[in-house]
Structures are given as C-alpha cells and as structure tokens.
Design a protein around this ligand. Sequence first.
Ligand SMILES: *Cc1c(COP(=O)(O)O)cnc(C)c1O
Length: 457
Amino acid sequence: MKKEIPYKIYLSEEELPKQWLNLRAFMKDKPAPLLNPDTLKPMTAEELSGVFCEELVKQELDDTTPYIDIPEEVRDFYKMYRPAPLVRAYCLEKALGTPAHIYYKFEGNNTSGSHKLNSAIAQAYYAKKQGLKGVTTETGAGQWGTALSMACSYFELDCNVYMVKVSYEQKPFRREVMRTYGAKVTPSPSMSTNVGRKILEEFPGTTGSLGCAISEAVEAATSKEGYRYVLGSVLNQVLLHQSVIGLETKTALDKYDVKPDIIIGCAGGGSNLGGLIAPFMAEKLQGKADYRFIAVEPASCPSFTRGKYAYDFCDTGKVCPLSKMYTLGSGFIPSANHAGGLRYHGMTSTLSELYNKGLMEARAVEQTKVFEAAEQFARVEGILPAPESSHAIRVAIDEALKCKETGEQKTIVFGLTGTGYFDMFAYEKFHDGKMSDYIPTDEDLAKGFAGLPKVDL
Ligand SMILES: *Cc1c(COP(=O)(O)O)cnc(C)c1O
C-alpha cells in the first residue's frame, strides 16, 4: 500500500546531501566555455582567479566531476535553515479542483527570504578559506545582497554590495537588512567606479540594471587588494551549490515513491531551476527516467522564449567574460517589472545548452497573471510568495488546470524560491489595478541583439 503523504516532507540531518551534484558532468554536449572577450579563447583558471576565488574557479571550470563534497562548515550552516520543506499543496489542489498532485519546495524559510543563501554561504566560505578580506557583488531586487551579507557576517568578511538604483530606492527595508548584517550598500550606477561614471554620462538619470551593477562590482573587486567578486546566479558554480534544492527534493519524494511528471521553476539567471532539476535531469540524461522541465520567465524579459543562443557579455560594462547563452543582449534594459530577480538579460550556459537540445521547455508569462496566481496561492497555502517565485506558481496552476480538463493525475513539482514581504509595493499596484504588462516589441529586442559581439568560432 502507498504511504499516506504528509503535508510537509522533512528530512533528518543524516538525510541532507553531503555532496553537490554537478549537472554538467552528466551532459554529453557540455555548455560552451566562457571566453576571454579580447582573445576569444576560453578563459583560463589563471585569468578567472583575478576576479573569483580560487576554489570557485575550479568549480566553475569543472564539467566532469559528477559529485563535489560540501565542506563541513557549509553543511553545518545549512543545518540551521535546511532542509527546506517539501510541501504537498493539498489546499491548492482542492481549491483548483484538480486531480493533479502538486508539491512545492519552499526556500523562503531563512532571513534572506530566498534560495540565494545556499550559494552565498558556500562562496563566503571559500573566500574566507583563501584568506581574503572581503567580496563585492551586485544585487537587483536585493535577495542576493541580503543572503551574501548574512554569509559574510557569519564568516567575518567585508561585503560591498552594488544595488540596482531602482531597487535601492524602492526597497529601503532590504537595504537596511543588509546593513544590519554589516554590508556596505551603494546604489548603482554610482560615481565610485569608472564604469559607473561612464554609464551615468551616457544615460543620465538611468535607474540602473543588473548588468551595470555587475560591471561596477567587478571593477571594485579587481581594483582592491584582498577582494574578489561573487555572483548570485548565472554561473555554473552557483548552479552547483543550488543542487541542494533538487537533491533534498528527490530524497523526500523517493521516500514516498513519488515520481514527478513535470518540474517547474522560475528562471532569472537559472540558478534555482538548475538546482531544482539537477538530479532529475541527470537521470533523464542517463536514460534512467523521463521528466518534463519548464522554465518560467517574465514576458517583459524573455531570454529563453525570444532570445538568441549566442555568445554575449554577462554585463553592460563588458568587463566580464563572454558566455554562450540565450540572451536579449547585454544592452537590453527590461521595462519596469516587479520580479526584480528575473530581469537579467541572459541565462546560465548549462540550462541554455539543455534548452537548445530540447531537453527542457520554457514559457513566458505576464505579470498581472503572475500576481493573480500569487494571490490565489497565498490565500490557500498561507505563504506570501515572492513575485519571482509566483512565475512558477502561475505555470504550476495552469498545468494543474489542464489536468482538470483531461482528468489526468499528473504529479507537478515546483520551486517556491522565496517570500514577498519586501515586495508589497508590487502587490499594492496589483490590488489597485495599476499594474500593467510590458511586453517588448520585436524592435525593442532588435536593439539588444544589435549589440551582440561578433564571435566566429
Ligand atoms: C534571485 C531570485 C530568483 C531568480 O534567480 P535564479 O538564479 O534564476 O534562480 C528567483 N526567485 C527568488 C526569490 C530570487 O531571489
């Protein structure tokens, strides 16, 4: 007889993952390497280690080791807020009247309010181990900056955060959480870096973008002794750390012999989705099982669904290596959208390659529809979801409603990446009927594509 499935499936400390899963090791066609923008040759460890911590460079370049040990100090930190619960959404199923079984992995149970802490603590650990004084980074909506501030204070590292100006102004509480944890927060673009000054000269009054904040943070790291740059998404090392999400999910489901049919996640740079699907995609790549994977992105920033698969700069200032990815062009600045964490112009190279090979699907959704789903979810499941996470909720609900039509009893798992307490201005707009759906025209996108670097390989 099948075991009754509880509302929440928890794991014991012994069941928590001891190794991260490196999805690239399972891929026959590897993601394209990062290129040096000047020579167009693959970036070497030596070149990268001027910007990133040594151990993280190793992880970034390693596409063959399937499992990598999680250091004990990092595992101990994980134990403070993990396992993240895997929730059976009984109440949502009932409200929808669907025969589908819905599960979500909830990553919002920590002060940073998102999954970002999983990688922040690992990156801070390696920086500390290397004897660095501190790290620099950018943050958009603020979740990554908050997570990194927490991780840096734990390991007593200096933390300099360049925060996209529009968020700095709209989310003063996030800023203050970061300062509570000892971080220095600078609105970007700023006058404190060359690239910031240049961008301000060219676009006076700009409210900034993630790509631009990245350029500033990289410059700040490379011009100061004892500092390195760290990044909260997009890179392969981040996907590696985020594999704890998927590993825990798989262990929990396996305990009850549950096999998901569809796995859904929102995709900004692709780290939570890459982490959630990691062990499942590894099985699919080995021909052991089959799953459908759906990446959900905002219609206002549609990297997968309308982007080009090409080498591009990771940042507006063009100081970072080139990465082959689905991209809207590093000069693309998405119109205001309330899912700040999904406003990046590109997508991690790993998921880009998998998408290109048809191993996963993608869907773009409009923000009013996303907030409708967020509210519906909050009212029955209790959790107030982040706008980013609500993209996944939207598609999970859509899939569950399809099951209602066909009578199929599919099992749907989605990633609930975080909570939305700092996004109440967005909810307010939605409630007041003042939220609009911005969808870029083909001409808008053409401008971004025109800035793609010419790379013939
Ligand atoms: C940053 C963030 C995202 C998007 O980033 P990915 O790297 O695509 O996972 C999604 N949800 C929340 C809550 C975030 O903070």
